[in-house]
Design a protein around this ligand. Structure first.
Ligand SMILES: [Zn+2]
Length: 289
C-alpha cells in the first residue's frame, strides 16, 4: 500500500509462540521508501523477503534497487527477513551499535531472550555494515535523508526514523500500543524516547511496526503510549503493595489478568518488563518531569 509520496507499507502476518504450544497471531510492517533507489525499514520475519520482493515487483520496482535496509532493532520480527533481503538485493544493513551484537549473532540473542519459536522467525544472522551510534542523518541515496533517533527502552539499540520529505515518523516498537503486551527493558528510557518524539515538529504520518499508518492525532497517540506505561506501572505497584513477597512472575500474572490477557500471555519478555517497573517502584508518577 502506498501511503505517502515515497513511503509504502507492507503488512506481514506471523505467529508468535507465547507459551509452549500457544501461538498468537501478530503482524509487523516493513516500509519501503521509494526514491531513485529504495530504502527499506525492517524486514519482517523469516521468508518475508518473498512478500517484500513481490510487492516491489507489483509496483514496478526491483529488489535489486534496495540500497539500504535499516533495522529499527534486533528482535526476530524485524530482522527475520534480513538475510534473504540482503542476499536478493545486495543492500547494506544499518542498525544501532547497541543492537548490533544480537543482529550479527542470533544465537546469542536466543540465549539471552528466548522467544519460544525464535528459529522459525529468524533463521540467519546478518552483518551490520552501517553502525549507527547517535542521532544523525542516514543517506538513502540521491539526496534522500532519514533522520536517525536513538530511542531505547524497548531494546537498548532501538532507533526511530524521521523522513522529513514526507513528514513520516517510523517508531519501530519504541511506542507501546495501548492494550498491548508490555515489552520493554527500561521503563524510564522508554518514556524518555516518547518525549523525544513529542519534540519532533512536522510529523504528518505515524508508522509504528504494529498498526496502520496514522494521520490523525499523532502527538495524542504518542502521549497515550506514555500513559499506558504509567498505567502498567500503577498496576505493578498496587499488586506489589497487596503482596510484598510476590516475585516478578506472580506480579506479571496479576498485571496481565488486570489488563485482560490470558494466563498464557506471560512470557519471559513480559516478566522482564515487570522487573523493569520494579526497578523504579520508588517512583509513583513516571510522567512527572
Ligand atoms: Zn521488538
Amino acid at each position: 500500500m502506498r501511503v505517502t509520496e515515497h513511503v509504502h507499507a507492507i503488512k506481514i502476518p506471523f505467529k508468535l509462540m507465547i507459551s509452549p504450544g500457544v501461538l498468537m497471531n501478530r503482524l509487523v510492517y516493513a516500509y519501503p521508501i521509494y526514491g531513485k533507489r529504495i530504502g527499506l525499514i525492517d524486514s519482517g520475519v523469516a521468508a518475508s523477503h518473498n512478500i517484500i520482493f513481490d510487492y516491489l515487483r507489483q509496483t514496478g520496482r526491483s529488489p535489486k534497487e534496495i540500497a539500504t535496509l535499516v533495522l529499527t532493532h534486533s528482535h526476530p520480527d524485524h530482522i527475520g527477513g534480513a538475510y534473504e533481503v540482503v542476499a536478493g538485493s545486495g543492500c547494506q544493513v544499518a542498525a544501532h551499535i547497541e543492537d548490533k551484537p544480537w543482529i550479527e549473532d542470533i544465537e546469542s540473542q536466543f540465549r539471552a531472550r528466548p522467544v519460544l519459536n525464535f528459529h522459525s522467525l529468524v533463521e540467519n544472522s546478518v552483518k551490520v555494515d552501517v553502525v549507527l551510534q547517535d542521532d544523525g542523518d542516514l543517506e538513502l541515496g540521491e539526496g534522500q535523508i532519514l533522520k536517525v533517533l536513538h530511542t531505547p527502552g524497548h531494546s537498548k539499540g532501538s532507533i526511530s526514523l524521521f523522513f522529513p520529505e514526507d513528514g513520516a515518523l517510523f517508531t519501530g516498537d519504541a511506542l507501546p500500543k495501548w492494550g498491548g503486551l508490555p515489552i520493554y527493558e527500561d521503563v524510564l528510557a522508554s518514556l524518555k524516547s516518547l518525549r523525544k518524539f513529542q519534540k519532533i515538529e512536522g510529523i504528518k504520518v505515524l508508522f509504528t511496526s504494529w498498526d496502520e499508518p496514522r494521520f490523525e492525532d499523532i502527538y495524542g497517540l504518542i502521549n497515550q503510549g506514555a500513559k499506558y506505561i504509567q498505567h502498567i506501572h500503577e498496576l505493578v505497584c498496587s499488586e506489589r503493595a497487596k503482596s510484598p513477597s510476590a516475585d516478578a512472575v506472580e506480579l506479571g500474572a496479576r498485571v496481565l489478568q488486570a489488563l485482560g490477557f490470558p494466563e498464557t500471555a506471560l512470557s519471559p519478555m513480559v516478566v522482564n518488563s515487570i522487573k523493569a517497573h520494579l526497578k523504579v517502584s520508588d517512583r509513583k508518577d513516571l510522567l512527572a518531569p
